[in-house]
Design a protein around this ligand. Structure first.
Ligand SMILES: [Zn+2]
Length: 226
């Protein structure tokens, strides 16, 4: 793996140390905070005088092809590409990343962390997954953003495969416009008698039938119909 990687071997010794430190501290999906301050604390602890060198090492790593550095709302994150290749944990033990989606991946569609399993029958034996196309990825972002008024932790959904998967499946079935309308009425329906409480994409997917049924029933009672 990395020891034979030519990029890695072109790093200075310090940059290699930093890279290995990042690699071994990344979460199960290969994500980690990418700002110099966090990395210094995490990997070099109390070595206070290495800050200028660390910036230099970080600049070396920044241009490496197997890692993305990206910014979301003023915070810097990084993630390793082709992480699955290095991942030795059992798939069912993997903790989904809590970090936001990588904007570089979303824009380039190179390795969007959200992976869609091919529909049944098309699943190849090695469980091949395909990357989400960028248009779908941006719709998923839009859907998740709509949960802002329903759930203060909605940002976590960006990094959560389960929630992103639910958003993606609903987009496929209902389309963006209908889904938007549904999410927009949730603040009115949540807490109403007989209505399911829905604050996440997965809950919406699970309780869609019940929601639709009750909406039909209460149409005449002032809740806007779809
Ligand atoms: Zn990326």
């Amino acid at each position: 793996m990395m020891w034979e990687d030519p990029t890695f071997n072109n790093f200075s010794i310090g940059a290699r140390l930093l890279f290995v430190g990042m690699f071994s501290n990344a979460d199960d999906e290969g994500f980690i905070r990418g700002d110099a301050g966090s990395l210094k604390r995490l990997i070099f602890g109390f070595d206070d005088n290495i800050k200028p060198e660390l910036d230099g090492w970080l600049n070396e790593i920044r241009v490496a092809k197997n890692i993305h550095f990206y910014e979301t709302e003023g915070e810097t994150y990084a993630h390793f590409l082709k992480w699955d290749k290095h991942q030795k944990q059992q798939k069912d033990r993997i903790q989904l990343t809590q970090y936001p989606m990588c904007s570089i991946c979303v824009a380039s569609d190179k390795q969007v962390p959200t992976k869609v399993k091919l529909s049944k029958g098309k699943v190849s034996k090695d469980n091949t997954t395909i990357a989400t196309p960028p248009s779908v990825a941006s719709e998923i972002v839009e859907v998740i953003n709509l949960f802002q008024s329903l759930n203060p932790s909605y940002k976590k959904f960006f990094g959560n495969n389960t929630q992103r998967g639910a958003a993606e499946r609903m987009l496929k079935i209902h389309g963006l416009e209908k889904l938007k309308k549904l999410i927009e009425i949730l603040p009115q329906t949540n807490g109403k008698q007989y209505m399911p409480i829905i604050t996440t994409p997965l809950q919406l997917e699970d309780k869609m039938g019940m929601l639709m049924f009750n909406l039909k029933k209460t149409e005449s009672k002032g809740i806007q119909s779809l």
